[in-house]
Design a protein around this ligand. Structure first.
Ligand SMILES: Nc1ncnc2c1ncn2[C@@H]1O[C@H](COP(=O)(O)OP(=O)(O)OP(=O)(O)O)[C@@H](O)[C@H]1O
Ligand SMILES: [Mg+2]
Length: 128
């Protein structure tokens, strides 16, 4: 990988978790191996999980848009809304994917906590 780019991706995700989750809660940075049998491709899954306010389904759809910030939480924290669009560009340039998981309760309110996951292929795609 391009170490500088991937470091910036992880920095952004950890920075967000620390910024948007309440003091005293845990932020987990984790990694594990995965594989896609259909295309015989191996990859690394890296995730950042927090115990913050979570992100609603509506907001999750727009998170990777430039300058987008969730009004309810972002207003109190500094930032330009470019962190996640950058993460998406950098991860996709490596042939990987990025997505967010944040449970929504049956009443439609966001659940507790957010996890951002990225994949980084560790082997070439068939035919590469
Ligand atoms: N872990 C998280 N928990 C809750 N909301 C989050 C989390 N990560 C991102 N968000 C929401 O998504 C918005 C976009 O995140 P992004 O990293 O792109 O921008 P930013 O952190 O506001 O600014 P920048 O990264 O440019 O300093 C944030 O403003 C915030 O509303
Ligand atoms: Mg950010």
């Amino acid at each position: 990988v391009d170490v500088m780019l991937v470091r910036r991706v992880l920095n952004n995700l950890v920075d967000n978790a620390i910024k948007f989750a309440p003091d005293g809660t845990r932020v987990r940075l984790w990694a594990r191996k995965g594989s896609e049998p259909e295309c015989k491709r191996d990859y690394l899954l890296v995730g950042v999980s927090d115990e913050g306010p979570g992100i609603s389904e509506e907001e999750r759809k727009r998170l990777f848009d430039k300058f987008y910030r969730v009004s309810s939480v972002a207003g109190r924290r500094s930032g330009s809304g470019l962190g996640l669009p950058f993460c998406k560009l950098a991860v996709e340039a490596h042939g990987g994917r990025i997505w967010v998981e944040s449970p929504t309760s049956e009443f439609g309110f966001p659940g507790i906590g957010t996890t951002f996951v990225i994949t980084l292929p560790t082997s070439a795609e068939e035919g590469d």
